[in-house]
Design a protein around this ligand. Structure first.
Ligand code: AMP
Ligand code: GLY
Length: 428
């Protein structure tokens, strides 16, 4: 590939991981991240931009003469930023607004899955709170209630208390035109499987697992994600190929058939149930924090792959090359996260052991210091020859972080290292 100038949109640890991988690609000539954070500024020039404003993004990409724009978060994708870039003739990694609805509307995702014959939780859609409450009252626990639209990880309630589930549904349905989904509960360990696609060809990445609850043992409230590891030593052989065949390719084909091809990263959140893998959700972009571990292990130059997705030539790409071993990332969060976080605290990172790198999320520079600027502050990522060593290294890295009030889970990848992840029907 000729040298390319790449603009990455976003400001999280996912974008820092994308930049880190892109900076290793000899084909990348210049990297810019907008709006970025204190960590991305070290790798790429940072530029202010309102990422969900197509006009602003196109103007910035034109000013930079970017050959490729990589859209990190879902909000600009659902808002149509990829459409604006393509209309301006700029190659974009990221789906159109029409294809991004796979994440932007859970009821739309259910329709696509039904058309494509993809296994997922049974669901009923409501706009009337009384009908929804009656449905819940007649259902068996655990109850799963979701807001239909984007909710930054706060749109899902899972629990066995009928009153709490009903109250959540009423809250979701308060706004005019709001829609709630009540789903059957899916049992079994969760897998995040990402696939690159140009709208036709589907290339799965390494499977990963994330940890969504705030506290050890999956206690506490949901968060954007407190840690992740890849690959998954407990995954049955052939599972990735099965999901490619039964989930990813059928969904990509169905979106193409509708005239809204998906070009970018299709994220399947799966539960491995006793009746096989079932889809919990789709996202239309790289997941955070799974991207931090998946890209840490990718050896194939990333810019060429993302460019091939943007331009419809992924079928010509060579098979992916992966570093042997495993990666673990642990998120260091600010005081009070996932509530409104305390920000403005100094963030310092001491010397790190070999194999550990720190990716920034909610940080900004203030003079010559780095201070916290969001809920998830850093994503401390380690790569080693096996999962146990990667986990130990990641926590050595966390010990080098100084952030007043900072907190993190201590059990990221613990059960997998101990061989304690059980598939349904497997003896304990
Ligand atoms: P989502 O935002 O759809 O990824 O949901 C957040 C989390 O809620 C998931 O990672 C699951 O742990 C849980 N969840 C969502 N849907 C279901 C379901 N149908 N059954 C069991 N757990 C679910
Ligand atoms: N890891 C969950 C997400 O990115 O939505």
């Amino acid at each position: 590939m000729p040298p390319v100038d790449v603009l990455v949109l976003g400001s999280g640890a996912r974008e820092h991981a994308l930049l880190t991988a892109l900076s290793r690609d000899p084909a990348v000539h210049r990297l810019v991240c907008a709006p970025g954070n204190a960590g991305t500024a070290v790798l790429a020039a940072d530029r202010p931009v309102e990422v969900a404003d197509g006009g602003q993004v196109v103007a910035l990409a034109q000013e930079l003469a970017a050959d490729l724009v990589v859209v990190g978060p879902e909000v600009p994708l659902v808002a149509g930023v990829a459409d604006a870039l393509r209309e301006a003739g700029i190659a974009c990694f990221g789906p159109s607004a029409a294809a991004a609805r796979i994440e932007g509307s859970k009821s739309f995702a259910k329709q696509v899955m039904a058309e494509a014959g993809v296994a997922t939780a049974a669901a009923a859609v409501f706009d009337d709170p009384e009908a929804c409450a009656a449905h819940l009252a007649a259902a068996a626990p655990p109850y799963v209630v979701k807001a239909d639209g984007l909710a930054a990880g706060k749109g899902v309630h899972v629990g066995s208390d009928l009153a709490a589930a009903t109250a959540f549904a009423r809250e979701v349905l308060r706004g005019p035109g709001a829609t709630a989904i009540v789903e059957s509960y899916l049992d079994g360990p969760e897998v995040s499987l990402f696939a690159l696609t140009d709208g036709r060809t589907v290339v799965p990445l390494l499977p990963a697992q994330d940890f969504k609850r705030a506290q050890d043992g999956d206690a506490g409230p949901n968060t954007g994600g407190m840690g992740a590891y890849a690959p998954l030593p407990w995954l049955p052989p052939g599972l990735v190929q099965q999901v490619q065949r039964e989930v990813l390719q059928p969904v990509v084909d169905e979106l193409a058939r509708r005239g809204t091809p998906f070009r970018g990263l299709l994220y399947a959140g799966l539960a491995l149930t006793s009746s096989g893998p079932q889809v919990i959700e789709f996202n239309c972009r790289f997941g955070d924090p799974e991207t931090q571990v998946v890209l840490a292990l990718l050896e194939t130059p990333l810019a060429g792959l993302l460019h091939a997705c943007a331009t419809g030539s992924l079928g010509d790409a060579p098979p992916l090359a992966w570093r042997a071993g495993a990666a673990v990332t642990v998120v260091v969060a600010a005081e009070r996260y996932p509530g409104p976080p305390v920000t403005g605290d100094v963030v310092e990172v001491g010397p790190l052991p070999a194999g550990v790198h720190v990716l920034h999320a909610g940080t900004r520079t203030e003079g010559d210091r780095v201070v916290s600027a969001g809920g998830r502050v850093l994503s401390v990522t380690a790569v080693a020859d096996d999962l146990g060593a990667a986990r130990d290294l990641a926590y050595e890295g966390v010990a080098a972080v100084r952030l007043r009030g900072g907190h993190w889970r201590t059990d990221i990848a613990r059960a997998a290292v101990a061989g304690e992840v059980r598939l349904p029907g497997q003896p304990a």
